[in-house]
Each structure stands twice: as structure tokens, then as C-alpha cells.
Design a binder for this molecule. Structure first.
Ligand SMILES: [Zn+2]
Length: 264
């Protein structure tokens, strides 16, 4: 079964003291041992030295057919130059999506300043991935990336492919409703199998919403882990444990991300 991890970071979390090149090597090593064929790297929009930024990720993934990179931008300071850069990266296939971080950054996805970014995504047929749910343990920030806020973008830009990251945990029920109600909204399961998330949301509830979405729209659920924060095997086991057809499990673990991000 092909495994594609559509949500990883080159992060020094757990890799303290290493360079980003060494973190990339650790990622490739972990991919090999868990059978992950391809990973999509999400850069940090505000590089702090802990998680690699866009330019570093592009450089470290260059020439490696097992790695793809999504673009990103610090929305509170987004300007015309960012758009020129992202458009050129998308046009040349150097980025396979756009990751935005409402909640970590203070903005609502529906704000006007984001619209040119969405138009760029539509133009180049790449999805926008929204960080959603838990944000730096600041619960009041979660209003910014709540699934209902993301639904506003889905309705305003029906051609835009949207991914809600982390199943918006802890807002998993609202996330389910938005994914099922909006044809252009997909969801990734990164972080859902993390023991702390399971404790907060309850394994029964997580399996229930996942099964509900996966039974109705198995094509809209993508596999991701938030590596290095979360374990690959726990996430695979979560998908495998669902009472859905084997072919749908296969699509969730591999095919959906390949199609959505148009991976080669
Ligand atoms: Zn992440």
C-alpha cells in the first residue's frame, strides 16, 4: 500500500542541535523505516530557526523525488512581492500547495488580503491548506481558523481546493460538517492519533467522525502526521482501524494526497 505523508515539517523538535539538513535526513530515514513513499513539507511562515522556512525547504528538497514542498507566507505582512514569488514557484511546479497559519498569525481566512493568494492557487490548481484547531494552546485564537471561518472561503471561492489540517481538532464535529457540506473542502488527519489529542477528544469520537467523513467522502480525507511531532504508525493504525472498505483506506493513506497535490 502506498503511503504519502501530506503534512510534515522540517522541525528541530526532538532533533535539537541538528542542522535542517540533518533533520531532512532524519525525515528520509523515518520515511524509509515506516514505508512512506512521499512527504509534503510545510515550511514555517515566520522562520525562527526551529522550523525551516520556505527557501530552506526548497533547497533541502531539491532533486529528491520523495519530497515536495508547499509555499507559505506570513499573511499579516503579505505584499505584491510574495505573490510574484509564490506564483512563479507554483508555475514551475516547485510548490505543490500553499500552507497558511491563521491562529498562529492573527487573521481570518476570509479577509480580503488573502484573496489574491486564493486566486493564485486556483490559477495553478494547487490546494490551500489551513492550519486549524489548536493553536499554541491559545484557545481564543481558534476563532480565527475555526471550520466555519474556512467554510466562508470555500463558498466565496468554489474553484479553490481547500484542506483543513489536523481535522481542526478539537473542533472535529464542526470540521466534519464543513467537509461534508462543501464539495471543495478536504481534511487531513495529521496529529489526530497523537496520545494527547486522543485524550482530549476521545478515541471513540475521533473514530466516529473519521468514519462518518470517510464513509461519505473517502476521496476527501488525506493522510498526514505532522512529523516530527507525531508518530507515523499510530496514524496508519487509526486509518486501518476504521470500518470502511480496504480500497478507501488505500486512497486515504496514499492516492488522495497524490491527486490533490498533483504529485508526480
Ligand atoms: Zn503541522
Amino acid at each position: 500500500m502506498e503511503i504519502i505523508d501530506s503534512h510534515v515539517h522540517l522541525s528541530k523538535f526532538g532533533h535539537e542541535g541538528k542542522s535542517f539538513a540533518e533533520v531532512r535526513d532524519a525525515l528520509l530515514q523515518d520515511m524509509k523505516s515506516s514505508g512512506v513513499a512521499h512527504a509534503v513539507i510545510f515550511p514555517d511562515s515566520e522562520p525562527t530557526g526551529v522550523v525551516a522556512g520556505l527557501d530552506e525547504c526548497l533547497e533541502l528538497a531539491e532533486g529528491n523525488p520523495a519530497l515536495s514542498v508547499a509555499g507559505t507566507v506570513f499573511v499579516p505582512a503579505v505584499g505584491p512581492d510574495d505573490l510574484v514569488k509564490l506564483r512563479s514557484l507554483a508555475a514551475t511546479g516547485k510548490i505543490v500547495g500553499l500552507k497558511l497559519y491563521p491562529g498562529f498569525e492573527v487573521f481570518y481566512p476570509i479577509e480580503e488580503r488573502c484573496h489574491p493568494l486564493y486566486e493564485m492557487c486556483v490559477e495553478h490548481s494547487v490546494p490551500v491548506v489551513f492550519h486549524s484547531g489548536e493553536s499554541l494552546q491559545l484557545t481564543e485564537r481558534e476563532r480565527l481558523n475555526h471550520p466555519y471561518e474556512i467554510a466562508k472561503v470555500a463558498k466565496r471561492f468554489p474553484e479553490l481546493k481547500i484542506v483543513i489540517a489536523h481535522f481542526s481538532q478539537p473542533h472535529i464535529f464542526a470540521c466534519r460538517d464543513v467537509v461534508l457540506a462543501n464539495p471543495n473542502v478536504h481534511v487531513d488527519i495529521s496529529g489526530l492519533a497523537h496520545p494527547e489529542v486522543i485524550e482530549a477528544c476521545g478515541l471513540g469520537q475521533i473514530r466516529r467522525v473519521l468514519r462518518q467523513v470517510a464513509s461519505c467522502r473517502p476521496d476527501k480525507v488525506t493522510f498526514g502526521t505532522d512529523w516530527p511531532l507525531c508518530d507515523v504508525k499510530l496514524h496508519i493504525d487509526l486509518v486501518i482501524s476504521l470500518p470502511i472498505p480496504a480500497a478507501d483506506k488505500q486512497s486515504i493513506i496514499g492516492g488522495n494526497a497524490r491527486r490533490l497535490f498533483r504529485l508526480k
